[in-house]
Design a protein around this ligand. Structure first.
Ligand SMILES: Cc1cc2nc3c(=O)[nH]c(=O)nc-3n(C[C@H](O)[C@H](O)[C@H](O)COP(=O)(O)O)c2cc1C
Length: 294
């Protein structure tokens, strides 16, 4: 069955992409899948967010499980662009699937520097994470500021000719930002990142953890965003939020997404990609009765 997807400058063998941060930098994929499984099931690998300098991330606790979701407060731990290019990229390129590098910057200049630095590398595309604090604007997230997002996308577009996606935050002026990304030259948008959330992790002493909520809890929220945004823009929308089954993926595709990313489910079962693609194929083949157990 042909599952190929055309996202303009990026062609995928399947619509399934591994979401940023949930497979590390991807260097261990072959410990869980055969090469054949990788190439037949995973349309693209999106790396963990990469910054110019190495980042240690936040001190623990960094993860908290809620009844149907996960709150993470990782803080974009990564080895920095130099080490990524030297020690990780050669390995993940060998898997033979498109590699999309997720960029983390705190200034427009940082995103530009990262994009320029990757020009000579064999990566299929970039994904701009705009859920980052803009230090030049007092730390307000890029995703709250349509003007800044427009400037960011236009400037990166000028230096980057391959596939360029922007990963939206699900909060803030989301629809406006989606339209601005399209006008500013993005090839696709990813809908969306995690939702700001809070968990009480200890009653006495009272302790909280604030971070981003992901997993099945967010699926209905993000699905709505995908449905509404797909009606407003012409560039492809890539759905991302709470997918744990083929049925979830199909719901995203029917709601307007051209492709989808899976995140938290990889942390529950590293082989989720295989299960989700198998279930999606069964649905498409009409073998499945579309019940919840499918
Ligand atoms: C542990 C963890 C780390 C993440 N790191 C990143 C990151 O570095 N950059 C990014 O854009 N999104 C990051 N995300 C967000 C995911 O890529 C995805 O957008 C989000 O989890 C929603 O999808 P899901 O419900 O399938 O997990 C991270 C998510 C988790 C759970």
């Amino acid at each position: 069955m042909d599952f190929s997807v055309n996202l303009g400058l990026l062609k995928l063998k399947t619509p399934l992409m591994l979401a940023s941060g949930t497979w590390g930098l991807g260097e261990n994929l072959d410990k869980f899948f055969s090469l054949k499984e990788i190439r037949e099931n995973i349309g693209a690998l999106v790396t963990k967010g990469i910054s110019i300098n190495p980042r240690k991330g936040n001190p623990p606790p960094r993860l908290f499980e809620t009844p149907c979701g996960l709150i993470n407060f990782i803080g974009v731990e990564n080895p920095g662009i130099k080490e990524f290019k030297k020690s990780f990229l050669p390995k993940i390129k060998k898997f033979g699937i498109p590699v999309i590098v997720n960029l983390y910057g705190e200034k427009i200049e940082e995103f530009l520097e990262l994009a320029k630095d990757l020009k000579k590398e064999k990566v299929a595309g970039l994904e701009l994470n705009i859920s980052c604090p803009n230090v030049e604007k007092g730390g307000i997230y890029f995703s709250y500021d349509p003007k800044i997002v427009s400037e960011l996308v236009r400037k990166v577009r000028k230096v980057w000719e391959r596939f360029l996606a922007v990963k939206l935050s699900p909060v803030g002026p989301v629809y406006e930002i989606a339209e601005i990304c399209e006008k500013s030259g993005a090839d696709a948008i990813v809908v969306a990142n995690t939702y700001p959330a809070l968990a009480v992790i200890s009653l006495k002493p009272f302790k909280i953890l604030q971070g981003g909520l992901s997993g099945p809890a967010i699926k209905p929220l993000t699905l709505r965003l995908v449905y509404e945004i797909s009606k407003k823009i012409k560039i492809p929308v890539i759905g991302c939020g709470g997918i744990i089954s083929g049925k979830d993926a199909l719901e995203y595709l029917l709601s307007g997404a051209k492709a989808f990313q899976i995140g938290t489910t990889n942390l529950i079962d590293p082989r989720s990609a295989i299960k989700i693609m198998r279930e999606l194929k069964e649905f498409k083949n009409g073998l499945c009765d579309k019940s919840d157990t499918c």
